[in-house]
Design a binder for this molecule. Structure first.
Ligand code: UDX
Length: 434
């Protein structure tokens, strides 16, 4: 079967490469000529473990190709996945202009039955809107179906998440659409991945509800951490004990400087916004957004408190991406923290294994990008860990102590044991365990 994936961004490229790996013939289309040129050379424009190798392998075997010609991609495919960006607008709503534009072009290129699937995270009702645009542009000449099939890929483990999903959600309302999508994902029957087949609105809603719930767990534990700090309780143990209750589960209960990335912040804002438009105030989701904002502000205060003021101090900042194993800095708490330190007259010695290139475009002023964690610590007034890269988990703290001007560790990801660090002569500041 031939399929076309529109959008060679994060979700689009992973989807295209993984479907090709399933043995399908995939054309991945993007209007960005430079990006497509570089993909034709087998170069993936961002860091994602395992993806570049998969792209190159499938290109070499003739199953994956790249093009800027959307009409060609549509005509040569039975299924078209829309994976273009859906960024946030100022008011929290979703900018659907790229989705609308692609829908119009699909409508114009339609030459027979096609299944058009929204895979980007889109507000409930968007797939119907895509259907209306295609119908208008194709002047009702051809029969086609639309469906929604959200992705649940985590950056840093996207290939694994695609290949071994917890579930596959299919929002489709015709037998033909459901059958085609089941067929596309049939390699997952072998690993018994559960399929949930719903109507289109339900499927769109499942994605938002899932992300908002995970964000809620994070904001909840962050709020508990603030209270633990005040009352002398240890949130690490609180979370661990809570997680042992099987109804709660241990995942997404790690406190920190708040959630970032391209999904949770945008999706919680979008959900709150389209709910308000539908006349429903989502009190919990609104609170989750507020708590997340407060948490990153709290992280800056924590550093300020540890240092006794930020003005003229040098901070060794470890980790600039929103989480490990990615070069993505979108809405990263680390970037907010870095900017606040600079605004308050501090200096930064920053290090991140793969995020420094991206960070260098947004951090201006008194920043030195360093060659490793020890280089960052040299002469700094405090060591701040903002992203839990594996290589920060086993730092030689005796060496760190010698390199730092002052032995202060602000561990915003709680990756070190406070007692052991204090025993080494450090002042230790964690999240909810002081
Ligand atoms: C998320 C969802 O997990 C994924 O299913 C969806 O498709 C896209 O959004 P992603 O943004 O890649 O994926 O990262 P994730 O690992 O979920 O982490 C998101 C943010 O939450 C990160 O900033 C992370 O540091 C933070 N987080 C996560 C916490 O602060 N505490 C936790 O316990 C878990």
């Amino acid at each position: 079967m031939n399929i076309c994936v529109v959008g060679a961004g994060y979700a689009g490229l992973v989807t295209a490469a993984c479907f090709a790996e399933f043995g399908l013939r995939v054309t991945c289309v993007d209007k960005d000529e430079k990006k497509i040129e570089s993909l034709k050379q087998g170069k993936v424009p961002f860091f994602e473990p395992g993806l570049e190798e998969m792209v190159q392998r499938n290109m070499a075997q003739g199953r994956l190709s790249f093009s800027t010609d959307l009409a060609w991609g549509v005509r040569n495919s039975l299924v078209i996945f829309i994976c273009v960006g859906t960024p946030s607008k100022e008011d929290g709503s979703v900018d659907l202009s790229a989705v609308d534009e692609v829908a119009a072009q699909i409508g114009e290129a339609l030459d027979g039955y096609k299944l058009v699937v929204t895979k980007s995270t889109v507000p409930v009702g968007t797939t119907r809107r895509v259907e209306a645009i295609i119908r208008e542009k194709s002047k009702g000449k051809y029969h086609f179906d639309v469906a929604n099939n959200p992705e649940f890929l985590r950056e840093g483990s996207a290939v694994e998440d695609f290949m071994r999903p917890n579930r596959v959600i299919i929002g489709a309302e015709s037998d033909q659409a459901r059958a085609i999508l089941r067929d596309l994902y049939s390699p997952l029957y072998l690993i018994e991945a559960p399929f949930v087949i719903t109507n289109i609105q339900t499927s769109e809603m499942i994605k938002y509800a899932s992300n908002a719930f995970l964000a809620t767990k994070i904001s909840f534990i962050n709020e508990m951490a603030l209270l633990c700090d005040k009352l002398g309780a240890d949130v690490y143990q609180v979370a661990r004990a809570m997680g042992l209750d099987q109804r709660i589960g241990p995942k997404f209960l790690h406190p920190g400087p708040g959630f970032g990335g391209s999904c949770f912040p945008k999706d919680t804002r979008a959900l709150a916004h389209f709910a308000r438009e539908a006349g429903v105030e989502l009190e919990i989701v609104e609170a989750v957004i507020r708590v997340n904002k407060r948490q990153r502000e709290w992280a800056v205060k924590r550093i300020e408190e540890a240092l006794g003021g930020i003005q003229d101090k040098t901070v060794a900042l470890l980790g600039l991406t929103f989480k490990p194993n990615t070069d993505d800095i979108r809405e990263a708490p680390a970037i907010y923290i870095a900017q606040e330190i600079l605004t308050r007259g501090g200096r930064l010695r920053a290090y991140d294994p793969v995020g420094m290139e991206n960070a260098s475009h947004v951090l201006n002023g008194n920043v030195t990008f360093c060659s490793d964690a020890y280089d960052a610590a040299t002469g700094s007034d405090a060591l701040v860990i903002a992203t839990e890269w594996n290589q920060f988990r086993n730092l030689d703290m005796d060496r760190m102590k010698e390199l730092l001007a002052r032995p202060i560790l602000v561990d915003l990801k709680n990756i070190y044991d406070p007692e052991r660090i204090r025993d080494k002569g450090f002042a230790y500041y964690g999240v909810g365990r002081n």
